[in-house]
Ligand binder design. Structure first.
Ligand SMILES: Cc1ncc(COP(=O)(O)O)c(C=O)c1O
Length: 287
């Protein structure tokens, strides 16, 4: 029998069975609303969401208060770009990004262009990397935000993030990063790269679809106008009940392997369920 072979992990990945196992109790046993403050069901759900938030934050060098849970990188990209453009519209009107960005960024900046924002889309070189001088020329003192993806979803280019961050901050703009294909795969540190806003997706890293996160820098504080109104969840930036099983499934695979990490022994008891090497493709046969 000829079976199809899946070779499209940049589009999406299978949920790691260990991730699924961690998620299941939050559908059926601990199904409380994390915003229910007056009973144990809510407290348990909140504890799980807080633990997931801490894991995501730690993976990218952030603090838990800087993590906003969303429905995925598309929503995070929309929130960071529209949110920043709308909040800072009195200070400027410019938005700069690259031709190779995902449509979640390109369509968002085009929507902002329709509202009157000035959008500059910088081309990349034949190797997929942006020319830093060309990028610098595109940023002026009315630029609000510069959006550059960390890792490209089609050609795998890793942009020189610390250099871009330095350049963007020297120009006084916000640095927004779509890291949907980077978090969990390569080292991502928001401080080393001077990132202000960073989008994460769960289903690119063996987590569930429909869940993601947005990093929003607090020092100095970056402000956003939320996309939706409602109960004021996620510090007012993303109203809507937290998908607790989803965020429990997002968190385990956000950590990228560090070169200093000792090689993991297969089946080692010391490797707890959440301590999984994200660079290693998951196959059910090896579980
Ligand atoms: C670079 C990049 N950004 C954004 C997205 C959208 O992510 P999500 O499916 O979580 O909305 C994807 C995935 O298609 C992606 O590869």
């Amino acid at each position: 029998m000829r079976l199809p072979v899946y070779m499209d992990n940049h589009a999406t990945t299978a949920v790691d069975p260990r991730v699924l196992e961690a998620m299941l109790p939050y559908f059926t046993e601990h199904y409380g609303n994390a915003a229910s403050r007056n009973h144990v069901f809510g407290w348990r759900a909140e504890q799980a969401a807080d633990a997931a938030r801490a894991q995501v934050a730690q993976a990218i060098g952030a603090s838990p208060a800087e993590i906003v849970f969303t429905s995925g990188a598309t929503e995070s990209d929309n929130l960071m770009l529209k949110g920043a453009a709308h909040y800072y519209r009195d200070k400027g009107d410019g938005i700069v990004t690259l031709t190779t960005e995902h449509k979640a960024v390109l369509d968002t900046v085009h929507a902002l262009e329709g509202e009157g924002f000035r959008v500059t889309i910088v081309p990349v070189q034949s190797d997929g990397l942006v020319d830093l001088e060309q990028l610098a020329e595109a940023i002026d003192d009315r630029t609000i935000v510069v959006s550059v993806m960390w890792a490209n979803n089609e050609i795998g280019t890793l942009q020189p993030m610390p250099e871009i961050g330095k350049l963007v901050k020297a120009k006084g703009a916000l640095f927004a990063v779509d890291a949907a294909q980077a978090v969990g795969k390569v080292q991502v540190n928001v401080n080393e790269a001077q990132v202000d806003l960073l989008a994460i997706s769960g289903h690119k890293i063996y987590g569930p679809k429909g869940v993601g996160a947005l990093y929003v820098r607090r020092k100095p504080k970056v402000r956003l106008v939320p996309l939706q109104d409602g109960g004021g969840h996620e510090k007012g930036l993303r109203s809507g009940t937290i998908d607790v099983p989803g965020v429990v499934g997002l968190a385990p695979r956000v950590h990228s392997p560090r070169s200093s990490d000792p090689p993991r022994r297969r089946g080692s008891r010391r490797c707890v369920r959440f301590c999984m090497n994200a660079s290693r493709p998951v196959s059910t046969a090896s579980m």
